[in-house]
Design a protein around this ligand. Structure first.
Ligand SMILES: [Zn+2]
Length: 105
């Protein structure tokens, strides 16, 4: 019985998202997102894990944004999708980015 409880506890801890993750609202659609560090740039991912998710979040110390690790589809892990792929306002966000680039020239 004790072993079973320990097993369950261990499982629950694994399933819990990292405690340091800061959830913010997407400025374009208002959905909750988490900014992650890919190793090269920051990338927003959906807070809720998805069947189509391709990134797992790896916590980093000092409350920094978690590292997103690409695992591909059907990894069997609790994976998150890039918000660039799911944001219903992604077109608007892209247009804004284009506009900014043009203005910076
Ligand atoms: Zn969005």
């Amino acid at each position: 019985m004790e072993n079973l409880q320990k097993g369950l506890q261990g499982h629950r801890e694994e399933a819990r998202p990292p405690a340091t993750v800061a959830v913010v609202a997407c400025r374009y659609c208002g959905q909750p997102i988490v900014w992650t560090w890919t190793g090269k740039a920051f990338m927003p991912v959906d807070v809720r894990p998805s069947d189509r998710g391709t990134f797992v979040l790896v916590p980093r110390d000092n409350g920094r944004s978690p590292q997103s690790e690409y695992v591909g589809k059907d990894s069997g892990k609790e994976a998150h999708e890039s918000h660039f792929a799911t944001c219903p306002k992604a077109d608007v966000a892209r247009d804004h980015a284009k506009l900014r680039r043009r203005q910076n020239r």
